[in-house]
Design a binder for this molecule. Sequence first.
Ligand code: ARG
Length: 461
Amino acid sequence: MEPSVKKPWGGRFSEDTDSFVEEFTESVSFDKELALQDIKQNLAHAKALLKAGILSEEDYKQIEKGLREIEREVKEGPFPWRRDLEDVHMNIEARLTEKIGDAGAKIHTARSRNDQVATDERMFLKENLEEIVSLLKVLRRTLVILAERTVDVILPAYTHLQRAQPIRLAHYFLAFREAFLKDTQRFIDAYRRIDENPLGSGAVSGVDFDIDRFFTARLLGFTKVSRNSILSTSDRDFIAEVLFCCAITGMHLSRLSEDLILWASEEFGFVDLPDKLCTGSSIMPQKKNPDVLELIRGKTGRLYGNLISILTLLKGLPTAYNRDLQEDKEPLFDSLRTLKGSLIGMRKVLEGLKVRKQNMVSSAGGFALVTDLANYLAGKGIPFRKAHHIVGSLVAYLLEKGKKPEELTLEELKTFSEMFDRDALELLNPERVADRRRVFGGTAKEEVIRALEVAKREEGL
Ligand code: ARG
């Protein structure tokens, strides 16, 4: 039988690849997303081959010209992607050889797709993380701007979704700004580990040509060179890390979405969402649905799923490269795309958010104030546990009478404890209660303003 000539490995094979296998194993349908990184990498590798004396000046010039053309074809669309060429790397290499002949066929000297794919992915991730970090920054700034406008808005904080204690709305927005700041730091930290050059690691053991890996690192913008060829051709820890960063950021976005969805309900009536970000119902004319927020919440499921996929993918692999690793791309691409969309969506919602100040403050009184009656007694020397019990029976009394704490008289208070004085009644006001939390990180006005100033400075606002 004629040996197959269709594949780069055809020399060893006596049959053509089964067409099912071609379909099943191809990755070009999705890894072509790495094409521009791959072209850049080819160019850097060609320079290294020239430097090592493996390519002549003439070969190099042709390769450079061919790659420029390919870059244009990829950007403008006419690049002829072929599934039978499996992946982005073989497509680009084959196209180069088609264009320039033998010089193109030399480019695969001293490399493997194993170091190529790891290099492309790291390059791709660096760009994507820069984008995510800047989207996070815009979101944090939006939250700080909202906080600046809402220092004087009082609402109840909920624990167990029961009214707990009054807080300033600015304090709430700054909480999420803080969470997104930590998320940003996690991405930046992951970025440091991504920023190493695997090229020159070959298939697993390094290459036996005089390739200057520090030189290609500089050309590709990596600040470090990976230190072990086995690890750098087979490790996808950096992808797992990024997927974790995406998942945790998604979780924050989802919790913020959930609050805003509740707050926009008629029952809460705390906020109005911008019309242009909501949709109506085809049957119920009164409806205005918070779809963007619901989808941010829903898409968080995928971010988790992608993280679990990659961790599961990696757990049983023998060292070093295995084809299983090709399955790293779709979860990665999906999470990056999903998170970027959610970050933009959340920013748009926040920018158009209308706060219904009156509804917020009128929910912040009542029983949300009574912790401070217990604290008042504790401040007068009654052990807190006893004070809590006293105020507990006061609550039971009020519930039975159908009265609010604000309607209490001093006489009534005194029947629960002689320690209550007139100033205890003055406590029963949401703003005053909030402003008693003067502790570092608390919700008192002066503390919120201090935290706001710090946040503004940190965000360059
Ligand atoms: N498409 C492959 C991947 O994404 C590239 C590396 C292929 N290496 C191999 N030895 N078959 O993992």
